[in-house]
Design a protein around this ligand. Sequence first.
Ligand code: C2E
Ligand code: CA
Ligand code: CA
Length: 526
Amino acid sequence: MFLKIKKLKNFQKFFLIFSYILSAIIAALVYYTGGTAKVYANLMYITISTVSSTNGRKRGVVHALFSSLLVGPFMPLDVSSGEAQEPQNWLLRMIIYVTISFILGLIYDYNKKYETYITDILTHDSVTKLKNMQALKQSNVKCGEKVIVSISVKGYSEMVSVFGCDFTYKIVAEFSKILKSAFLDYNGIELYKHEGMDFIFILTEDMYSENSNVTEKIFEVVEKISSESLIVEQIPIYIEIATGIASLRKDEMILEGVRHSLMALEHAKSKNIKHLVYDKSLESHYKKIQMIASSFRHALMNNDIKIASQNIYSSKTGNIHSVELLTRWVTKDGSRIYADEFIPVIEKTELMSELTKHLVDYAVEGISKGKFKNIVSINFSAVDFNDSVMEYTISAVRKNNIPKNRLQIEITESHFIDKKAIYNYLIKLNSMGIVIAIDDFGTGYSSYQYISELPIDVVKIDKSLIEKIAVNNISKSVVKSIIDFCKINNFTTVGEGVETKEIADICRDIEIDYLQGYYFHKPTIL
Ligand code: C2E
Ligand code: CA
Ligand code: CA
């Protein structure tokens, strides 16, 4: 764009100079062809329209005056007889030239203004009035050593769903106001607005050096906003901030630096870290993610996605009560990619539904052909709550005549963003005799009220709580209160991640119904 603007300015200058020279040539032509009585003076329209339509009103009118003087009072009507022009003749011509220049120049100036207005809209964020990524792209030049700091408020989309767009925009505007005012006095800092609630600072390298007060100030502001709150329309809004930092070498384009800092930022967010500095190993992490996304379909078709089962035992009788099916990716070279690694990636693609349907098939066929004698439990992701997967599951259960309470699905509470939609699906599945289990209960998302309103049969207590019950009395009493709540609501309970006899004994003492974990059985590929 800047190159284009430069080209445009050269183009304007060229037409201006060219038109002045051409006007002088035309005047000479008028003189040597015998004066203004001949038609050649009309050629001047070419130059006056060229200047005003490429340089605007002011330059156009000045050039029109110049041209009309060239063929004005000193230019004879007839050179051979020396007859002069009547004053009203050249005056009228001057008025016509100026009027044409003025009108064409006005159109040019208006278009120019409109273009500036549109460019302004396209290069600025409408909420914060800060320059946006488009503006940054336009300045995509090598600009020396810089440091790029991306700042993001976590949970923007949740904010939109809780507060609505208008109020969230007010939060964004307030946040940007704080950032702007904190760095107003620093020269050489540029602040850009990225998507949602992401902002990008561009600093010079020396500003960022370790003892630089600018960097300290950025972290200080981030710390202050995170620990206090944003006040928007007298409502205190608690926010969490993450930052990603990347340095830009002299020969690198600024967008490359921005990409690195955003990569570090995303990583900081996913790992719950406040600040993260970009390094090359992040690239290999994202390459692995890309590899997962691009080769999963092939792996699924080639049977590289294996199904493992882990038995779940009754704490009273020690008998097998159910099996949970878990997926494993075994690559051709024998290495394994764990579910924790690939499930979050494929959840972002439609491949997740394919995997879930594959597990549904495996479970219902296994039940109907007698491969599984107990309840079979499969994990559903939030993205599986759509008509396609739900209808597939229901029809598979019907077609294979699966008896009631033989198929179980496990869901986590993080699924319940759209509670009403999930509720309707769960009611439908439950009415088909499918058992519904809440997975990972006791982690960040847990809400007692929430699950007591849903058609739930089983609560699986997360391994992070279970593994602590032998050493931590608080965890033990948290688990006890979960069990009391489940008893009141008629939910059966499963303790996950039981790794030792000691933990298994405590689980029995506090009357957890069923137990799952390495102590009893490790998942084995079927
Ligand atoms: P999850 O549903 O909580 O599954 C239990 C995880 O805990 C399994 O890990 C299992 O191997 C592990 N585990 C079992 N007992 C113990 C123990 O005593 N100690 C410890 N430390 N871990 C134990 P896995 O197979 O790696 O799966 C991880 C997560 O990936 C699962 O957590 C589940 O959320 C997800 N996942 C696995 N397979 C599928 C699938 O087919 N579909 C979906 N949607 N999610 C899946
Ligand atoms: Ca599970
Ligand atoms: Ca679990």
